[in-house]
Design a protein around this ligand. Sequence first.
Ligand SMILES: [Zn+2]
Length: 333
Amino acid sequence: MSREKLRKLGLDLPLFPTSTVGSFPKPDYLVEARAKATRNAITRAELDGLERRATEFWIRLQEELEVDVLVDGEQYRGDMVAYFAETLGGFSRGGLVRSYGNRYYHKPVITGEVRWPGPVTVDWWRWTQSLTSRPVKGMLTGPYTIMDWSFNDHYPDRKAACLALAREVRKELEALLEAGAKIVQIDEPALSVRPEELPFAVEAMHTAVDGLSAYYIVHACFVAFDTIYPGLLDLPVDNLDLAISHSALDLLATFEKDPFTKDLSLGVLDVHSHVVESVDEVRGRIRRGAGVLPADRIWVDPDCGLKTRTVEESRGKLAAMMAAVRSARTEAG
Ligand SMILES: [Zn+2]
């Protein structure tokens, strides 16, 4: 089903298409430059040049490893919600809060009508795509997660804020598709925060994507899967990307009970571990996935963005993933 959609979009991907979730580590020179930029010690243009240099490095590395669907590596982003909130109108910057372990961020505050300011990610997407003949994913943070990770001082309730954001995310999506993006990943790690809100998270996704032709992946790494499955399948997208490197067996048992109806990106690398997985280990995870879903509905990727790993760990993990995929392809004939 989705294979056909991919073909219609002009994408001929191999069995077990490979990709990564979005972020890659920033090289030291870029970390230093970003710190300097906050003190106005270098210009925006200088920082931009270094962000491009780092982006190009990651594109070349993904090509060298033969990853099928590339990402720009998010070298220009800090936090995934703040990045959008700081560009959308209607937000102001809040105080530092802690969330998800040791992650600190300025929790944005919705203080007025949220407003798309014009293309946010499109220039980066277009430039990155110009560097490679492989497809580059468009990358957006989903309306539910932007709402959940922000304070709302403007809309009457969470649903109203979420749907308003969905209308603005849709404008960014339209701009991305107009620029030529065919595969778009929408990050929704907050999806299971309040399972009772899943229906309006689904409604928001309809608002964002209905009638806009692309292959959609929703990445949902912090999701407490059992609380929102099978309702999660109501999301109007093609592929669900779930962090299952640890809990593959449990999840796959769930699928046996309530059949999984979409393509699945099987997060086979643990991005929170320094340890580089062996090819056999990754191969085993792919085999388990293929035991429950038809092989032609399975994509293979890490279980989240690799930004907290080192450059060398990222390279090692991806190399193991690609070797395992090559072996799985051979085995499947
Ligand atoms: Zn993630």
